[in-house]
Design a protein around this ligand. Structure first.
Ligand SMILES: *Cc1c(COP(=O)(O)O)cnc(C)c1O
Length: 454
């Protein structure tokens, strides 16, 4: 066997072993960062080692420090697992080693993105013909969309930011909800808009922006304005009211961006589609494929209604590039990059429209099952209306809530992650894995009961 064949065979066995063992390993890692560093931090090797041995040793050394995210009982943050079709296509994506920046460099990757992009717009109920940029995740999707927004609102004010930069430009107001994701602030900072340009609008008890307060904020000033709305708040899972807010924004000639990292997927199921009513009237939308769609990292989507606003920011005309129609690199900040369209195309083909619908409905059903199981536990509270995939819990005073979370991690059955909501310590439970079964939720509820009574 040559070195390549041996290494790939070993990697395949190790991958199978990891996946087969997911159900039985502790969900939270046995080893901490320091332990992992101790295991890996050897001097740089002087001499070669066969690839097969390297792969085998790596898998053995890191195993205790891996989080069982692709399993059925990781409910931390908002992290999807890996659907088999997406994972298998992702293996091939690495094998094919395509550079997805230019259509001429990989006609296959570019075409896969064009088709996947079209299907995504259809599933998410967004305007056909929008630009779809395949980026690393929600952060870069927000950044990319807001780059187009910045360009557009300044152009409308007679300022070409691509040519003149920001020095001397009219100030841009960035209006955000109290509970927008931190990546919105970070994107604004990266775009040179500065955190001072952010105007924060109060939200209701479910974290939804208040339309009356939004109108008041918009009326309180003028000039180039970007409004960032949210589909899916990470604690409550709830959605800003788009039918009420977008018409208000329109009266002010502002750009509307929607951060829907996981929530935009509510459109795929008739049971939750109403939460997104009116969202298609926005100008740009950010979402993730590595959350609700269960594609491996890293995979986000920057969607912008008007392609000209994307071209104005990311367009390139270098002589050595072979100009082709719609080069993917003109839709994202990157040049060379991974062919992220293949795993997305694969999972959409494998599930089909009905499969994505069923996936989204199932995640919601498991979240409801979780909430209904937690609420009756003595001392436990579910703090949100569970409208989508997030369950927000507390287990008494702050110290008790934190202790229950710690005991749950130590127990290893499942993972919730801590946060603060309305000034109170909470444990967040996000149902985002295609692999989560009814039994996984039942096992988790048993573990939560154990953690509460300990
Ligand atoms: C996860 C998330 C992000 C950031 O996405 P990444 O994929 O981590 O870059 C942004 N907004 C919301 C609402 C999210 O849930």
């Amino acid at each position: 066997m040559d070195d390549r064949t041996a290494a790939l065979r070993r990697a395949h066995e190790l991958a199978q072993g990891f996946l087969d063992g997911l159900n039985d390993r502790p969900v939270w890692p046995r080893a901490a960062y320091g332990d992992m560093l101790a295991a890996l931090d050897t001097p740089l090797p002087e001499n070669p080692t066969p690839a097969e041995d390297v792969v085998g040793a790596l898998a053995e050394q890191v195993d205790d420090g891996l989080v069982a995210i692709p399993g059925g009982r990781f409910f931390g943050f908002v992290n999807g697992a890996t659907h088999p079709a997406a994972l298998a296509a992702d293996w091939l994506t690495s094998t094919w080693d395509q550079n997805a920046g230019l259509a001429s460099m990989s006609p296959a990757a570019a075409a896969a993105e064009t088709v996947a992009g079209r299907w995504l717009l259809e599933l998410l109920g967004l305007p056909a013909g929008s630009s779809v940029g395949f980026v690393t995740g929600g952060m870069m999707a927000n950044f990319s969309c807001l780059a187009s927004a910045r360009h557009s609102v300044l152009a409308a004010a007679g300022w070409d930011v691509a040519e003149h930069g920001l020095a001397g430009a009219p100030p841009v107001r960035v209006v955000v909800g109290e509970h927008r994701h931190d990546t919105i602030d970070r994107a604004a900072r990266l775009l040179g808009l500065g955190s001072r340009s952010l105007l924060t609008v109060p939200a209701d008890g479910q974290g939804r922006i208040r339309p009356d307060a939004l109108a008041e904020t918009l009326d309180g000033g003028s000039g180039p304005t970007i409004v960032c709305l949210q589909a899916g708040e990470v604690h409550t899972g709830d959605f800003d009211p788009f039918t009420e807010t977008i018409p208000i924004v329109r009266r002010h000639d502002a750009w509307v961006h929607v951060d829907g990292a996981f929530g935009l997927w509510a459109a795929a199921s008739p049971a939750t589609r109403h939460l997104l009513a009116g969202v298609a009237d926005a100008d740009s939308w950010a979402t993730d494929a590595h959350k609700t769609l269960n594609v491996p990292y890293d995979s986000g989507l920057a969607i912008v209604r008007d392609k000209a606003d994307v071209q104005a920011v990311f367009g390139v005309r270098a002589d050595y590039l072979i100009a082709a129609v719609e080069d993917p690199l003109e839709r994202t900040p990157e040049f060379s990059r991974r062919a992220r369209g293949f795993p997305i195309l694969a999972v959409l083909r494998s599930l089909g429209r009905s499969g994505v619908e069923e996936l989204v409905a199932r995640l919601c059903a498991r979240a409801t099952q979780m909430a209904e199981g937690i609420a009756p536990i003595l001392g436990a509270e579910v703090l949100n209306d569970v409208v989508f995939t997030q369950v927000l819990t507390a287990f008494g005073d702050d110290d008790t809530t934190r202790a229950v979370g710690q005991r749950l991690l130590a127990d290893g059955t499942a993972v919730f992650t801590p946060s603060v909501w309305a000034g109170r310590a909470v444990q967040r439970c996000s149902v985002s894995s295609w692999a989560t079964t009814r039994e996984d939720v039942e096992k988790t509820l048993t573990a939560v009961r154990r953690a509460v009574s300990a």
